[in-house]
Design a protein around this ligand. Structure first.
Ligand code: IVH
Length: 673
C-alpha cells in the first residue's frame, strides 16, 4: 500500500470508530465539526484518487443510480410476525402457555423490548461485509433494498472485529440480523416541515415516512431521510451460537450493530408486565414511536423447545398499547399567525381522549392539505396523536358528513391585524404581509429572547403579550429601554420579578455575533447558518452590507437564503431596530477562528530527522495555520510523521504503529492541497 492508500484506510477506520461510538455506544468522543473535518478529508482524498474508492467507505452512503424496480430476496430463515396481547391478563396467559410447554414451575427469564413502530428489515453480512438488505415482505421473500439500507448511517457497512471463534479459529462467514428501520419524532417533525415548505404533502406519521423512504427507487432520496436502525434478532448465523438472546444482543452490539438501550432483562412475567406498563407511561417522552413492547423468552434452549406456529414464534409476544387514533368532530377552523407571518389553519375539535390524552386541536398544515383531505367544519374526522407531535387529521369520514357543509378557504385578511394574506404562487405557505402585525411582532420578540438566541431568562410569551399589548415595546430593541418601574406597572407583576427581568435583559447585552444573527429571525437563517455567516463576516456591519453575489459564494448559502438575507438588511425598519440595539450597548463577540472547515484540522504531526526547506518552528507554524497540531513524540494519536534524513527511533515507532510517513516534499504538497 502506498502513502495515500494507508491514509485512506486510516481515515475510514477512524470514521468508522467514531460512527460506532456515536450510533452504538452513544458516547461520541469528538465534536461534530471534528468529525466533519475527517469526513471531508476522506472525501477530498477519494476524489483526487477515485481509483482507491472502496464500496464500503463511509463516503459511499450517498445513494446509487435509481433502479427500475426492486429485486426480491429469499430469507434464509422466514421472518415471522408476533402474536398480540392487548392487556396484562393476556400477557399472563402467554406466560402460562410458555411454562406449560416447558413444563416449568419456575419463573421464566424474559427480555422485554420496545416495539418500535417502523419497518422490519433483514441485513446479511458475508465475511463481515454488508451484502444484502431486504424488507420483510411476506416473510418468505422480501424486496431487495440493499442500496437504500446502505445509506442509513447507523447500519455498519462492515462489522467490527470479524468475530474470530477462539476454538475453531475461524469467523462465521454469514450473519443475518433483523431489526427495525424507523424515524425519530424529532427527525419526523423536521422532515415534514421541509416538505411543507417545498409544497409537498407531509407524511401522516413517522412510520409512513420511514416506509416511503425505504421504498424509494432512487437511493439518493433515501440518503436524505433521517432513518435510524436498531437490531433486535438474529436470523441465521454460521459457525457460532448463543445460549441466550441477551448474549446475542450483546455480541451484535460489540460487532457494531446498534441495539436499543431501553431493552431490559426481566425475571418472570410480573417484571415483564411492569416494564410494559412503565413503557406505556414513558411512551410520550421516548425519542421514537412505539406501539407496544415485545416480550421474548431469553434462553435459546427454551426457544427451541417452544418452536413456532405457522406465522409467529411461541417464545415471543407483542404487548400492545392503547390506540393513538380516535374520531371526533371539527367544530371550527381558525387561522393562526406565526413569527414569520405564516398562516397555519388549526382545527378546533370536540374534545376526545386519544391514547390517554385529551385532544381538542389539530394542525391542518396549509390550504393544500385542507384541499387534499377536503376537511370541512362539521366533519367527523379520524385524528392521530403521535408523541409530542401536534395531533393531526388523518382523514374525513365522508359517510358522516352532514348536509350543507362548505369547502374551507383560508381568510384573505389577517385575523390579528386585518392585513392582507398572500400566498406566493410557488409557495405552499400563505403569509400576513404586515410586518407590524402584533402576532408577528410578538413571535419575533419571543424568538429573540429564546434560550438559543439572546437567552433572556423569564421573558416568555405571556409577558411578551402584556408588554406588546400595553404598548411598552414594539420591537426587540425596545426591550433595552425598559426599566423596573415600567415593567412593574404591568398587571400581576411584582417588583422583584420586574427587577429580575431587567437584570436578565441587561446581561443579554453581552452576547455573541452568532446568537444575535440567529435572534434577528431572518427567513431561512437558522442556528447553523448564523454560525456560518458569523465566521464568514466576523462583524455585523460586514454582513449587513454584503452583496447578493458575495453571499452566494459561501459554500452553504444558496440563492434563496442569500436573497432573504439581502432583503432583510435592505429594510429601513430592520436597520433602525439593529442600530437601536447597538446604541443601547449590545456587544457582539465575533466567533473564534474556525479551522474545522479545513481538511487537516485536528490532525497531529510529528517531525523528525533533518529538514531542509523549513525549520522545526516553521513547520509547527504551518501545521497550526491549517488547524493541526505538531507534537514531539509519536503515539497512536499521531496522524503523520514527517521524516527527513537521519530519522531514528521515531521513524521505527511510527512504522510499528502503521502511521502515515511523509517526506518533506509530500508534507508540503499535502498542506498546499
Ligand atoms: S421480534 C419473530 N422485536 O414487530 C420475532 N419485532 O409483528 C420477530 N418490531 O415485523 C420480531 N420492535 O417490525 C421484534 N423489538 C422488536 C420489535 C419488533 C418492533 C416489529 C417488527 C415485526 C413486528 C412483529
Amino acid at each position: 500500500m502506498n502513502t495515500i492508500q494507508k491514509r485512506l484506510e486510516k481515515l475510514r477506520q477512524q470514521i468508522e470508530d467514531h460512527n460506532y461510538r456515536y450510533y452504538v455506544l452513544n458516547e461520541p468522543s469528538i465534536s461534530d465539526s471534528e468529525y466533519d473535518a475527517l469526513f471531508r478529508e476522506l472525501q477530498n482524498l477519494e476524489s483526487e484518487h477515485p481509483e482507491f474508492i472502496a464500496p464500503d467507505s463511509p463516503t459511499q452512503r450517498v445513494g446509487a443510480p435509481p433502479l427500475e424496480a426492486f429485486g426480491t430476496i429469499i430469507h434464509r430463515v422466514p421472518m415471522l410476525s408476533l402474536e398480540n396481547a392487548m392487556n396484562k391478563e393476556e400477557l399472563y396467559a402467554f406466560d402460562e402457555r410458555v411454562r406449560k410447554i416447558l413444563n416449568s414451575s419456575e419463573e421464566i427469564t424474559y427480555v422485554a423490548e420496545p416495539k418500535l413502530d417502523g419497518l422490519a428489515v433483514e441485513l446479511v453480512y458475508v465475511d463481515g461485509k454488508l451484502t444484502n438488505g431486504s424488507t420483510r415482505g411476506d416473510g418468505i421473500t422480501g424486496e431487495d433494498i440493499t442500496r437504500n439500507l446502505r445509506t442509513v448511517k447507523s447500519i455498519p457497512l462492515r462489522l467490527r472485529f470479524p468475530f474470530f471463534d477462539e476454538k475453531e479459529k475461524r469467523s462465521p462467514s454469514v450473519v443475518e440480523v433483523r431489526g427495525e428501520i424507523f424515524i425519530e419524532k424529532k427527525g419526523f417533525i423536521q422532515l415534514n416541515k421541509t416538505r411543507l415548505d417545498r409544497g409537498e404533502p407531509p407524511f401522516a406519521n413517522p412510520r409512513n415516512a420511514a416506509a416511503g423512504s425505504l421504498r424509494q427507487l432512487d437511493s439518493s432520496i433515501t440518503a436524505q431521510r433521517p432513518l435510524k436502525f436498531f437490531c433486535y434478532e438474529l436470523g441465521y448465523i454460521e459457525g457460532k451460537s448463543f445460549d441466550s438472546h441477551e448474549e446475542a444482543l450483546q455480541t451484535l452490539k460489540s460487532w457494531g450493530l446498534p441495539v436499543n438501550p431501553d431493552i431490559q432483562v426481566c425475571q418472570g412475567i410480573e417484571k415483564a408486565t411492569k416494564y410494559y406498563h412503565e413503557l406505556e407511561e414513558k411512551r410520550e417522552s421516548l425519542p421514537y414511536e412505539i406501539d407496544g413492547v415485545v416480550i421474548k423468552v431469553n434462553s435459546e434452549a427454551e426457544r427451541n423447545k417452544l418452536g413456532a406456529r405457522s406465522r409467529s414464534p411461541r417464545w415471543a409476544i407483542a404487548g400492545k398499547f392503547k390506540a393513538q387514533q380516535a374520531t371526533t368532530i371539527v367544530v371550527d377552523i381558525e387561522a393562526s399567525v406565526g413569527r414569520t407571518g405564516a398562516v397555519t389553519p388549526v382545527a378546533y375539535l370536540e374534545p376526545v381522549n386519544v391514547g390517554g390524552v385529551m385532544v381538542s386541536r389539530a394542525t391542518l398544515h396549509n390550504q393544500d392539505e385542507i384541499d387534499r383531505k377536503d376537511i370541512r367544519i362539521g366533519d367527523t374526522v379520524l385524528i392521530q396523536r403521535a408523541g409530542d407531535v401536534i395531533p393531526e387529521v388523518i382523514k374525513v369520514i365522508l359517510d358522516k358528513r352532514p348536509n350543507g357543509t362548505q369547502p374551507y378557504r383560508l381568510p384573505s385578511t389577517c385575523p390579528i391585524c386585518g392585513g392582507d394574506i398572500i400566498r406566493p404562487e410557488d409557495e405552499a405557505v400563505a403569509r400576513c404581509q404586515n410586518i407590524s402585525c402584533p402576532a408577528q411582532v410578538k413571535g419575533r420578540i419571543e424568538h429573540f429572547a429564546s434560550k438559543r438566541s439572546m437567552d433572556i431568562d423569564g421573558l416568555g410569551y405571556k409577558l411578551i403579550d402584556q408588554l406588546v399589548d400595553t404598548g411598552l415595546i414594539h420591537n426587540v430593541a425596545d426591550l433595552y429601554s425598559l426599566d423596573v418601574e415600567k415593567v412593574s406597572s404591568l398587571e400581576r407583576m411584582a417588583e422583584k420579578s420586574a427587577s429580575n427581568l431587567i437584570n436578565a435583559i441587561d446581561s443579554s447585552r453581552k452576547t455573541t455575533l452568532v446568537r444575535f444573527i440567529y435572534g434577528l429571525g431572518i427567513r431561512n437563517v437558522g442556528e447553523h447558518l448564523a454560525t456560518v455567516l458569523a465566521s464568514e463576516f466576523k462583524q455585523l456591519h460586514a454582513l449587513m452590507n454584503a452583496e447578493l453575489e458575495q453571499l452566494q459564494n459561501i459554500d452553504e448559502v444558496g440563492p434563496i437564503v442569500a436573497e432573504s438575507i439581502v432583503k432583510f438588511f435592505k429594510s429601513d425598519d430592520n436597520n433602525n431596530v439593529i442600530q437601536q440595539c447597538l446604541d443601547s450597548g449590545i456587544e457582539l463577540e465575533p466567533p473564534p477562528p474556525d479551522y474545522s472547515s479545513q481538511k487537516l484540522s485536528g490532525t497531529t504531526f510529528v517531525f523528525t530527522g533533518s529538514l531542509s526547506s523549513f525549520s522545526r518552528n516553521e513547520a509547527k507554524m504551518m501545521v497550526e495555520a491549517i488547524g493541526g497540531h505538531a507534537t514531539n513524540s509519536v503515539s497512536k494519536n499521531t496522524d503523520y510523521l514527517v521524516a527527513g534524513p537521519g530519522a531514528g527511533s521515531k521513524l521505527t515507532k511510527a512504522k510499528e504503529l502503521r502511521i502515515t510517513i511523509l517526506t518533506e516534499e509530500e508534507f508540503l504538497k499535502l498542506i498546499e492541497s
